[in-house]
Structures are given as C-alpha cells and as structure tokens.
Design a protein around this ligand. Structure first.
Ligand SMILES: [Zn+2]
Ligand SMILES: [Zn+2]
Length: 251
C-alpha cells in the first residue's frame, strides 16, 4: 500500500516501532525511538562542563574548586548568551535521528527528541523564570524548500511541555547564509552568520529572560549571533538549548 509521507508521519507518531537508526525493534517508554543498543550508545552530556557554553570538561576536579570556571573560548571571547546546554554528543545514532527529523518529513520525531532533551537537562532549570522561547529561524526560501523549520517544531513542543510562551514570528533570518557545516573554522562560521538575523518587534524582548532553541550546537556561531541581536534589543538573559553538540574531541 502506498501511503503519503504525511500518513507515514502520523503512523510513526503513534507507532514508532522501529529504531530510527538500525530498524531493530524500538518503542519502549524509556528508549523512545531507539532500540536498546542504540539508546545506550547515545552519549548524554552531563556535568562537568563550562557553565557558560556547555563545553564538557574531562575532569570534575576543577569544578569542585571553582564552580564558575569558564572554558578557554568563553574567557577569550565571551558569548552573548548566558548559558548553553546540549542533551547529547553528535554521534551516529543521534545524527541519523536529527537528519530524519529535519529532512525526511518526519516532524513527529520532534516529540521524542524533546523528551530526550528534557531527560538530559540539569535539575536547576526553573521554566517559570523564562518569559518566552524562540526558535533559531530559517530563511524563508530554505523553509519553503524544506516545508518546515525543525527549530519551530522543537520550540512549540517544549513550550507545550514546560508551559512556556512561544515567540515564533519575531526573530527572522534576513540573509540566506550558506550552510555552516562545511566551514570548519570558528572565524568563518562567525562571518557566515554575521548580520543574518533581525527582530521584527525588538521591544517585545526588552528586559525578558529568553530561551533560544536549535537542533545542533557546533561552535555556537549561529546561536551567538541570534543572542547578539536579542541582547542588543535589551533581552535580559538567554538560555540556549540544543539537542546535540557537534565537534567534541573525545566522542
Ligand atoms: Zn537501533
Ligand atoms: Zn565555555
């Protein structure tokens, strides 16, 4: 029987019976859309890490003595966001799940990816402290090609789960930047997104505590440029949440 992609999406939503990576049996409440072996292979990021950008540290020792010890990158060039947290390291299993979510017309996977994110976040986040959640925007041409923006879906689901106010039509991408992934250098990535974003209603972020959500954190250039625009408009604080962190040396 030939189902349309949207029927498949609906079926996947209710019966995610196959592991998104290896197609083995999946679907127990704990392992979500993965089989047990793939679930166990996912590297969930836990402390210790840089309190600003979330870069994992190898040893707990430094944090025991100096809990606010910043990584070299944050000391050299402090980001505009106040804190960034990622759920997982960007290894094969999670990469495939995010690829399917983004490019294979499977927006329903977002529900499980948010569940994974929530299960990895530290307990000290009080959702009531935040005024709104914003997705990292796609340029309208890219969004038209893809059909949807994965970060908007993530923002909507997290808003619903944590009783946050979604702010979906304020921060927009005004420049269709080239893709970030082939650019290896931090400086190139920074340049690629420079002045790519704009706020339609800057007054709505003034004095607000905001959450910015995206799928992958690599050097943080994209979320940092969004944060720069938000802070320039008077945002009080910005927490960046991402599903996965790429470019970690030991994973
Ligand atoms: Zn599997
Ligand atoms: Zn850092």
């Amino acid at each position: 029987m030939d189902f349309s992609p949207w029927v498949h999406t609906a079926l996947d939503f209710f019966f995610p019976a196959e592991c998104v990576y290896c197609h083995d049996f999946a679907g127990d409440d704990r392992t979500l859309i993965f089989c047990r072996a793939c679930w166990e292979s996912i590297v969930k990021l836990r402390p210790p890490s840089c309190p600003r950008c979330g870069q994992p540290y190898r040893s707990m020792v430094v944090m025991q003595h100096t809990p606010d010890f910043l990584c070299g990158d944050c000391r050299l060039s402090p980001p505009f966001f106040d804190r960034a947290l990622s759920a997982t390291a960007y290894t094969d299993v999670i990469k495939e799940a995010i690829l399917q979510f983004k490019f294979h017309q499977k927006p329903a996977l977002g529900k499980y990816l948010i569940q994974l994110l929530l299960s990895c976040l530290p307990d000290d986040i009080d959702w009531a402290d935040y005024d709104a959640i914003l997705p990292v925007p796609l340029h309208k041409i890219r969004q038209r090609q893809r059909g949807y923006n994965q970060s908007v879906i993530l923002a909507k689901i997290l808003a619903w789960r944590c009783n946050l106010k979604p702010m979906l039509a304020n921060l927009i991408r005004i420049r269709a930047t080239g893709v970030q992934w082939p650019l290896k250098e931090r400086r190139q990535r920074k340049q690629n997104v420079k002045n790519a974003f704009r706020l339609c209603f800057p007054e709505r972020v003034k004095g607000k505590n905001l959450i910015l959500i995206d799928d992958i954190f690599t050097t943080g250039a994209t979320v940092n440029e969004c944060s720069r625009i938000l802070k320039k408009a008077g945002a009080q604080s910005i927490l960046v949440l991402t599903l996965s962190r790429a470019g970690l040396s030991d994973t």
